[in-house]
Ligand binder design. Structure first.
Ligand code: ADP
Ligand code: MG
Length: 698
């Protein structure tokens, strides 16, 4: 395939291709649209479309699609071919600027959370020139936003772009106050670390729970799990290495900056991290990465599990959203600077993030709320559902000094006044404590670690960008009207620290005592489950903030509320039905046939010698028989709980019923089945066990 430098981005209509294939005038005009968001005129669009089509055809493409991200959380595409009949009976390959700019997929089957009922049935997709077009298979994929005709966002990209715009606007106000007049644009960037599991396709196929729900719904603990910690950063097995190699090649062709790969803590768990890029592109790339991970796995006889919690009792998979903001000149605004002024500016941006995370803890939690992720966040696994910020000891000491107007211990006798050059160089804190924090400062960026492995990163970044934009807006309003900039700045930073220090926690987030302290002493939110969290999106303060920055309309927020809960309910109901089915048609019959054979063996032994006690067989048959009875009862109870869902008056009530009864009944059914697994001969068990699955890939 040649060297990486030669094929990197070979399937992307990137800047290199644009420069080479567009006239100088068209290129300049497109570049302006990309960099500054200016409108694109149709003649330019036509020229770009033609160049894109010719390039795509030269790479073997026959179709194009508007690639978008509906609220299902995955991507969607509808392919159209380039062919147009010509009068002589043949075809020519055509693609117009109009087709590039706008598409009209049949929107009716995508979730709209009531937006369509209230507004318009039809939807359209609009080209997002800030993310490069690319080729997948034989199709030219054009990244697009998806809206209803009345302009309501039916996707995740539109609000993400709006949130980036909001952040840009407010950050520019702040930078101008600091005399930074030449900055044109501020962009948030993200590097999402993606965790996943690999199991063999053969075993996956034998488990209806994995096939239908992406996670195991049954499974006794294996004799060996992750307790030896021998998998983390361990030697990568040959089959996994071959997989990773091909995955990297495929991602690189798509211009995705896959950089690091290693084994994770749990057996069969791995991670891939790309080099960071703008939030919008990072989101598109992460969606593509997840898709390609699954495709490449299939080619290797493997299945890539992106579920947050495929195995009980084994670490779940998350996604670390490394986030920062930078200017078009490349200055990272979350990086402590070299001059006093830069440091004051850094502290202000840092405070903006602290305030944002505290004021909108609920929105951050909501942005990662799914049925799958509840198994990580609400359970005994890091990070917890309580949002807190890790700053590290050094930075913490700096903030304490500012708060109390006292000298900072690292700087001899210097009063910690802003604008004084006393900020130390912050080392990346790599202690274990920081790994348990949901939101950690890691030197020049924040790492938001609550995202589930299958989540689109769009939601988290929409909330993060918007909340920080809101802090910056409050700061800018105050500073623009201040008589003395430096005094006002100092007061505001001090006030932020005082008001929001309760969200800063540098200790161990795994600790039970932390949850108690967080909720009881500090008054932080602990929204353990999706039904607990999601209703807060409708809180007045949240609606006001999101609408005031133009990120969502009120109707759009309502639609997200509906869809998130609907998704939660559907997910758990499918899981519950799968459980009932597996328990009744696979597990109970397997136990029965084993018990029958054990009973037969005892009878045969007794026939040989009536004096034999056969207490082992009799005891086992009794136990197994009691277990099948309990399985039948538990399955019935679960079915009963599911039937009651019909009585729920709305989606909020249904989600609450699921949280309060269905999940508990699922847990009870699982316990009996897992117990039976430990008593049943392996050859009778109807599907591969945890030990089989977790240690299957060599
Ligand atoms: P780790 O968390 O494993 O120690 P790193 O700190 O090297 O790894 O990086 C993790 C991720 O953070 C990578 O995807 C990297 O590109 C990303 N990252 C690094 N700097 C920034 C930044 N300024 N903005 C956003 N993401 C960043
Ligand atoms: Mg990390």
């Amino acid at each position: 395939m040649g060297t990486v430098t030669a094929f990197f981005g070979s399937l992307v209509f990137d800047d290199r291709v644009m420069k080479a294939t567009l006239s100088a005038k068209v290129y300049a005009s497109l570049k302006k649209t990309i960099d500054e968001g200016t409108e694109l005129d149709i003649s330019v669009a036509n020229a770009v479309a033609t160049a894109m089509k010719d390039w795509a055809i030269s790479k073997g493409a026959t179709h194009f699609t508007h690639w978008f991200q509906p609220l299902t959380g995955i991507t969607a595409e509808k392919h159209d071919s380039f062919i147009t009949p010509s009068p002589d009976g043949g075809v020519i390959m055509e693609f117009s600027g109009k087709e590039l700019i706008k598409g009209e997929p049949d929107a009716s089957s995508f979730p709209s959370g009531g937006l369509r009922a209230t507004f318009e049935a039809r939807g359209y997709t609009a080209w997002d020139p800030t993310s490069y077009a690319f080729i997948k298979g034989k199709t030219l994929c054009i990244p697009t936003a998806f809206c209803s005709y009345s302009g309501h966002a039916l996707d995740k990209k539109t609000p993400l772009l709006r949130s980036m715009e909001a952040l840009n606007k407010q950050a520019l106000r702040i930078l101008h106050l600091f005399g930074n007049e030449s900055v044109k644009r501020v962009t948030s960037s993200v590097g999402p670390e993606q965790e996943y599991f690999l199991v063999t396709k053969e075993m996956y196929e034998q488990r209806p729970d994995l096939r239908f729900t992406g996670r195991t719904l049954f499974g006794a603990k294996p004799p060996k799990g992750q307790e030896m910690d021998d998998h983390y950063f361990g030697v990568i097995k040959p089959r996994v290495a071959a997989y990773m190699e091909e995955l990297n090649d495929e991602l690189w062709k798509l211009g995705i900056l896959a950089k690091t790969e290693h084994n994770e803590v749990a057996p069969a768990q791995h991670e891939l991290a790309p080099i960071y890029t703008t939030t919008n592109i990072a989101t598109d790339h992460n969606q593509l990465t997840m898709e390609i991970m699954q495709k490449v796995a299939a080619k290797h006889g493997l299945v890539c599990l992106l579920h947050e919690k495929p195995f009980a009792g084994v670490n779940g998979s998350g996604k670390h959203n490394n986030w920062s903001i930078a200017t078009d000149a490349g200055q990272n605004l979350l990086s402590p600077g070299a001059t006093p002024y830069e440091n004051a500016q850094f502290l202000l941006f840092l405070c903006a993030v602290i305030k944002a995370v505290d004021d909108y803890q609920d929105l951050l939690r909501i942005s990662v709320a799914t049925a799958g992720n509840d198994h990580r966040l609400g359970a005994n696994e890091a990070p917890p559902a309580v949002v807190s910020i890790f700053l590290g000891d050094e930075l913490n000491a700096v903030l304490e000094a500012i708060e109390t107007d006292s000298p900072y211990k690292g700087a001899e006798k210097t009063q910690m006044k802003l604008g004084v050059d006393v900020l130390p160089k912050f080392n990346r804190d790599t202690t274990d404590r920081n790994r348990t924090s949901p939101f950690a400062f890691t030197g020049n960026k924040f790492e938001f670690r609550m995202l589930g492995s299958s989540n689109s990163i769009a939601c988290a970044n929409i909330m993060l960008n918007s909340a920080v934009a809101q802090s910056l807006k409050i700061y800018a309003d105050r500073l623009e009207g201040a008589e003395d900039f430096e005094t006002a700045l100092h007061e505001m930073i001090q006030k932020t620290i005082k008001d929001h220090k309760h969200i800063i926690f540098n200790g161990n987030g795994y600790d039970e005592s932390w949850i108690k302290e967080a909720t009881e002493k500090r008054g932080l939110l602990n929204l353990r489950t999706t039904p607990d969290a999601v209703p807060h999106i409708l809180d007045k303060k949240n609606v006001e903030m999101l609408t005031s920055h133009g990120v969502f309309t009120e109707a759009e927020i309502r639609s997200r509320y509906e869809i998130t809960l609907e998704n939660y309910c559907k997910t758990v109901v499918i899981e519950a039905n799968t459980m009932v089915d597996m328990a009744k048609t696979q597990i109970a019959p397997a136990i029965e046939s084993y018990a029958a054979d054990v009973a037969k063996a005892a009878a045969a032994k007794k026939a040989l010698d009536a004096a034999l006690a056969c207490s082992y067989e009799i005891g086992l048959v009794r136990k197994l028989s009691a277990l099948t009875d309990r399985i039948a009862t538990r399955a019935e109870e679960l079915e009963g709980a599911l039937l009651l869902l019909d009585k729920a008056k709305d989606i909020g009530a249904e989600a609450a019923m699921i949280r309060d009864s269905v999940l508990a009944k699922m847990g009870e059914l699982r316990v009996v089945c897992d117990e039976a697994e430990t008593l049943t001969a392996k050859s009778y068990w109807p599907f591969p066990t945890y030990a089989d699955l977790l240690f299957s890939v060599k």
